[in-house]
Structures are given as structure tokens and as C-alpha cells.
Design a protein around this ligand. Structure first.
Ligand SMILES: [Zn+2]
Length: 512
């Protein structure tokens, strides 16, 4: 049995050590914990709790709260217990006003990184960012010529389908739905429920970009270092245009320590949430950020902007320079020109009535202090041959990745679904003949999607009997698939025809 009174003392000590609990609030917060724990009085004397100082994650205390909640009928099941424990941690965390005040104070006096460190640490220590779960994700790097990819198997996030995401775009905002969506500002402090993750311990900071009120929070799934999400405080759809570029540049002026990027505004080639305008960013440098120029271009109207097409899998342009306004203007020109551009010869069919063109756009500071904007040209056309999208992962790769290729993957960091961990192990056992291959031709079998991959590899390696070698073959298969998917997303292919067409498009923006 969990000793509730001792747990209260431990939580107070923990909050003082890690969550900036002010001495003046100590008794007040302790009394509110007693209410939540259904206790009438605390321990008469605080025991020695020095070991609490040694904690680097809240897991032990979080689980104790859950256990206590079940034992004392505060929660009926594990999910209710998780919501309760998150609520308790929310109660131990400073209020948004205090967080914003301290963030601003640190930023002004010690710089953006110090302010980010403060918020990030709170979000880890109050269990919003689930560091222990994230550390279990599997990841590796794939060196591919001049470039490399980062590939991770995410064990904490469910896989989404493009068809469901497309439905969201047109879905009317339900009047009684609360919070209106997963990104709306009403999530801060929200308890959650059976169909909704706990948000009681979520904390955000307010910023102003493009003359609008936005907020910034960290991602609980944390795909990379200090993965943050910025969202409009209005529930308004994703946009991709001149103003987006301007807002991205405003963002990096506030967070010069982070890159930021916007997914496109169209299904198939966008992110998973299209009905609420948001950006993603963080401290991590993506593989595409390190890509070298394929060729350099100039724009006579913007002599102070350096322009290049990147030696990267998809169709990416990099602009850099010290003048924010000229970068913003030229990037805006390229994005807006692309949105109305068509070139039948390379299958870019687009019209104002039915727009298929859009961009994935990123901004950051370069180490020499220049502004940098990177634009990936995207198109979401479908055909009879590719009903899921011509410039989307083709069907033969869906067993590895079928979700839309949003900005993170488009820049070379792959988040593969958690199901692959077990499935790839199973395939490895099959191809080295440790496990029998039963045909896997039943549609209900979760391994059915891998049928072609298994049969291809069994044919290629008829005498394989080494498990370690089989694991390497599987990994290589995944690596090559990730490259192939990025090639699929390329609107101008890497051949001569594609290259000429790419330059023809850039000429329309007076870039040559
Ligand atoms: Zn929303």
C-alpha cells in the first residue's frame, strides 16, 4: 500500500527541487494535495527526503500516485489513474502566468536558450514530455552518399492514415467539442479523458508573430531535441503563403536557437493536423539542413540573397542572407508562384480552382548570423495509378510508411510506426529460416502488408541462416525504402528533364 501522507511530502519536496515551488505556496499546495488524496492532515513531521533530489525523471512518483489512486478508489482503472497523476503534477507546476513571466525574464537577461531550458525542464519533470518512453524509441543513421537520413521507430505514437487526415480538413468545427482540437489553446490544464490524452500538466508560452497571438509548447512525443510546436491561439486552418514565410522569420527572431518549419496546407503532402495553423521546430539540425548546394542561382532583383537548389532527395531551394525583408520577399514570391504553377510535361497539373501545389517551408539562422529559408516544393495530385498521391510514398512502400510525408520526414528524419519493431523482427526470423513462412496471405494478418517484402527477400537470399545478417538486410531494406519515398515526393525528378523543368519554374520567379 502506498503511504499517501508520505507521498504528499515527497511531492512537495520534488516540486521545490524541480518545479520551482515557491516557499510561500508550499502550505497552500500541500493542502490542495490533501484534498486530491482524500486526506485530512499531513504527516506531523517531514521525514528526511534527500533522495528525492536525485530523481532525474518523475516516473517513480508518477507511478506511486497512480497506485495510490487505484488503492483508494480515486481512479477505477489505469487510464483514470494516469489522468489523476497528470492532474496532480499539473497542480504542482507553476501557473501559465508565472511560467510566462519567468520565461520572459530569463529570455531578456540570459537569452532564448536559457528560457527554453527552463520551460523544457519543467515539461520533463512534470511528466508532460515523457522522457523515459521516448528513450525507448529505436533510431539509427543511414549514410547515403553526400547525404544521410535519420530513421526512428516511434513506440509511443499511433499511426495515422491520410484518408482520416483529409476528412479533418473539411470537418466542421463542432460547437460542443471541448477542447475544439488537439492544438487549441484550451488544452492547457485540461484533464483529458478516455479518448483524450492528459493535458493538465501542459504549459505554454505566449508569443506574437505576424501580428497574431501564438503560443509555444513542447511536443510530448519529442521526435528530436527540444521538439516544440507553435500554434495560433485562433482555431484557424493551416496556410502556406507569403505570410507564412514572414511568420516563420518572426519566430526565429524570438527563438534564434531553434529552426522552425510549417507543413503544407493540403492533405497527402501535409502534416496530420490541417485544421489548426501550427509550426514545428526545435534545436536539432535535420539532415536536409546539412545538405550541400547542387547548383547556385541568382535573382537580379534580390542581389543580397544567396540562392541554391539543394543536393537533396526532393525539390528543395535554400535562400540565405542578412536582410530579413529581401529573403522574406523572394521566398514569398517562390511560394506564391509555385501555388499557381503547372508543367504538364512533368505531371505538375494545377489550377486555381483545384490547387495541388503547395510547399513545406522552414526558417532558421545560419551559424554566421544569416537568415535562412528553405522551401520544398510539394504537389498532392492523384491519378488512377497512384490514388494515394503521385508525389506521396508509392504503395509498395506503405508497409514501412504510409502516413503523409510532413516537414520532419521531408527533411530526412523518419518517424516510422511502432508496429515495425515487432514486425521487422518477425520478418528477420522468417528470412533466415528461423521461423516458418506461412504465406501471410490473409488480409486480417498484420504481417500481410509485408508479403511482397518477405517474398522478395526470401528469393534474394535463398540460403540465409544467420540472424545478424538478416537484421542487417532488413535494416538496409528500410533505409532504401526511406530514400525511395523521399524520391517519390520530389516534384522535379533528379534526371535531366526534371532539372530543366525545375530551372524553368525558378525562371518564373526571376531566379536563374
Ligand atoms: Zn484548434
Amino acid at each position: 500500500m502506498v503511504d499517501g501522507k508520505l507521498l504528499v511530502e515527497k511531492l512537495i519536496a520534488y516540486a521545490k527541487d524541480f518545479l520551482y515551488l515557491n516557499e510561500l505556496d508550499e502550505i497552500y499546495v500541500k493542502n490542495s494535495l490533501l484534498v486530491q488524496f482524500k486526506l485530512s492532515a499531513p504527516m506531523p513531521k517531514t521525514p528526511n527526503l534527500d533522495y528525492v533530489k536525485e530523481m532525474s525523471v518523475p516516473d517513480v512518483l508518477f507511478n506511486e500516485i497512480k497506485e495510490y489512486a487505484i488503492e483508494n478508489n480515486i481512479a477505477e482503472d489505469d487510464l483514470q489513474a494516469t489522468l489523476f497523476a497528470s492532474y496532480v503534477f499539473g497542480n504542482l507546476t507553476q501557473k501559465p502566468s508565472e511560467i510566462n513571466q519567468t520565461f520572459k525574464y530569463l529570455k531578456e537577461r540570459m537569452g532564448a536558450q536559457a528560457a527554453c531550458d527552463y520551460l523544457y525542464k519543467i515539461c520533463v519533470m512534470n511528466n508532460y514530455i515523457q522522457k523515459t518512453a521516448i528513450s525507448k524509441n529505436i533510431g539509427w543513421e543511414y549514410k547515403d552518399g553526400d547525404n544521410y537520413l535519420e530513421i526512428t521507430i516511434n513506440l509511443s505514437k499511433p499511426e495515422k492514415d491520410n484518408k482520416d487526415i483529409a476528412k479533418l480538413v473539411s470537418a466542421p468545427r463542432s460547437v460542443d467539442k471541448y477542447p475544439p482540437c488537439a492544438l487549441c489553446q484550451e488544452n492547457e490544464g485540461y484533464l483529458g479523458g478516455y479518448d483524450y490524452p492528459p493535458r493538465a500538466n501542459l504549459r505554454t508560452v505566449a508569443i506574437s508573430i505576424g501580428g497574431e497571438n501564438w503560443k509555444v509548447q513542447y511536443s510530448p512525443y519529442a521526435y528530436f531535441e527540444e521538439h516544440c510546436i507553435a500554434f495560433n491561439t485562433e482555431h484557424t486552418p493551416m496556410k502556406m503563403g507569403r505570410e507564412t514565410v514572414s511568420k516563420l522569420l518572426d519566430f526565429i527572431e524570438i527563438f534564434p536557437n531553434y529552426f522552425v518549419g510549417s507543413n503544407s496546407d493540403l492533405p497527402i503532402v501535409g502534416g496530420s493536423i490541417l485544421n489548426h495553423e501550427h509550426f514545428q521546430g526545435g534545436k536539432h539540425l535535420m539532415p536536409m539542413h546539412k545538405a550541400k548546394p547542387l547548383y547556385v542561382l541568382t535573382a537580379p532583383k534580390f542581389p543580397d540573397v544567396e540562392i541554391c537548389v539543394l543536393n537533396w532527395y526532393n525539390s528543395a531551394i535554400r535562400l540565405s542572407g542578412y536582410n530579413k525583408n529581401t529573403i522574406c520577399e523572394l521566398a514569398g514570391d517562390i511560394v506564391e508562384s509555385w501555388k499557381v504553377y503547372s508543367d504538364d510535361s512533368v505531371g505538375i497539373v494545377n489550377s486555381v480552382e483545384e490547387r495541388h501545389n503547395t510547399c513545406t517551408t522552414m526558417a532558421r539562422y545560419l551559424p554566421d548570423g544569416k537568415f535562412c529559408v528553405e522551401i520544398i516544393l510539394r504537389n498532392n495530385s492523384t491519378t488512377d495509378q497512384y490514388p494515394g498521391g503521385v508525389f506521396h510514398a508509392h504503395p509498395q512502400y506503405h508497409n514501412i510508411k504510409k502516413e503523409g510525408i510532413g516537414l520532419i520526414e521531408a527533411m530526412g528524419l523518419y518517424i516510422l510506426p511502432g508496429r515495425l519493431k515487432k514486425q521487422l523482427e518477425e520478418i528477420s526470423a522468417i528470412i533466415c529460416r528461423e521461423a516458418p513462412y506461412k504465406g501471410k496471405n490473409e488480409h486480417g494478418d498484420p504481417m500481410y502488408v509485408h508479403k511482397d517484402m518477405i517474398e522478395q527477400l526470401m528469393k534474394e537470399y535463398p540460403d540465409l541462416n544467420d540472424r545478424q545478417k538478416a537484421d542487417e538486410i532488413i535494416r538496409d531494406y528500410v533505409n532504401k525504402t526511406c530514400v525511395a519515398i523521399l524520391d517519390n515526393t520530389s516534384v522535379f525528378k533528379k534526371d535531366e528533364e526534371g532539372s530543366i523543368s525545375f530551372r524553368k519554374f525558378l525562371m518564373t520567379c526571376d531566379v536563374k
